[in-house]
Design a protein around this ligand. Sequence first.
Ligand SMILES: Cc1cc2nc3c(=O)[nH]c(=O)nc-3n(C[C@H](O)[C@H](O)[C@H](O)COP(=O)(O)OP(=O)(O)OC[C@H]3O[C@@H](n4cnc5c(N)ncnc54)[C@H](O)[C@@H]3O)c2cc1C
Length: 408
Amino acid sequence: MDILISGASVAGPALALWLNRYGHRTTIVERAPALREGGYSVDFRGDAHMSVLRKMGVLPDIERAQTHMGSMWNVNEAGKKLVAMPADLFAGDVEILRGDLARILHDATSSHTEYVFGDSIASIAQDADGVTVTFERGPERRFDLVVGADGLHSTVRALAFGPEREHTSYLGLYCAVFTTDNYLGLDYTGHAYSTPGKMVSLYSARRNTEAKAVFWFGSPPLDYDRHDLDRQRELLAEAYEGVGWEAPELLRRMRHAEDFYFDSISQVRLDSWSRGRVVLVGDAACCASPLSGMGTGLAVVSAYVLAGELAAAGGDHRAAFAAYEREVRGYAAGCQESAVGVSKWMVPESRLMAWFMNQNYKLLPYLPWKGLMAKSVRKTASAISLKDYGVTRPAGPAPRRRPSDRAS
Ligand SMILES: Cc1cc2nc3c(=O)[nH]c(=O)nc-3n(C[C@H](O)[C@H](O)[C@H](O)COP(=O)(O)OP(=O)(O)OC[C@H]3O[C@@H](n4cnc5c(N)ncnc54)[C@H](O)[C@@H]3O)c2cc1C
């Protein structure tokens, strides 16, 4: 089949890798002009995540690029270390910068997948034999299936399932991330400073050669253009006006950061993940939010199941999409559930709560429930039995056709 995937982050390339192995032809359209390298780290944990990465053949590359971060520190306004948050409290089996992961998945698929950057699907029209797709820039084309792997604000979902507001729920926080110099000289560690409803942190990255600034703030829903990065920079600066520690310096650096990323912390819930020949995967289908620590693992597991069920159903997309949902829906619901309530302790709304959390971190090494949190996250991440869909060898050479060959 000719399969179009919208979104070149994690879910899209992970799905393309499997579809290529099953002999399908894949095209990925990505709105950004090039691969997006931004974001902070993401974790994989437990048997389900790790076994899929192993089968994909990308685990050695991911392990080579892992962050190796140690304990993080909560600091006061003067930068004095208050309490260490032990690395094993949150860490998965392997942690990697999201941008490094996206690069690895892109490189693992680029010889068999046609990548089209700087474009977006504009319309989708299905009939009995296929889907006619128009693009904002490129010529109209025809595909057998269309997959939305275009994230929380999925265009495919909006076109095939209706407006975003009907399918997303906002969890009360915004997050911003960008890369800057490791000007505090952090050594495989991070420093975080909190004031009520806000947390700003700086983490060393890529073997201490650079650093990631990460901002969180609680807010009612904000009305802004998601493609207007200058407005998003203003919103962050407004939210952090008067906040101490390194916040003013980081806001100054934010103005020049090329990979500035800003988004709401939200979840996606849909009654169904497919409409005819259109199907969703990753955050577009079931975003659990970064608070779950599960979104990236969920994306690669879902991609594995979706491609596997398509193969198992011999290309009968109706049967395959129904089976894909049966396999993944309960698992995704568990991942989403794990994010509920996390914002209250991660970004405390009052000084009292922040003090309480610091005492908790201080005492944690001596408390009997040490490790319970990590165990519970691992349990959620492993709560799916994956079928063996029977493909073990990498895809053979697939001729790539020029866009003009396929324009209908
Ligand atoms: C730049 C960036 C930074 C991130 N940083 C973090 C982080 O620090 N921590 C964390 O936990 N999660 C982060 N995430 C989210 C994380 O990547 C996902 O939760 C998870 O990996 C699932 O990935 P996904 O591929 O389903 O969706 P996403 O990673 O959101 O990817 C969606 C992709 O679709 C593209 N896209 C959007 N609209 C269109 C369109 N109309 N046409 C074509 N392409 C489109 C986007 O540019 C993006 O590349 C980030 C995502 C992005 C895009």
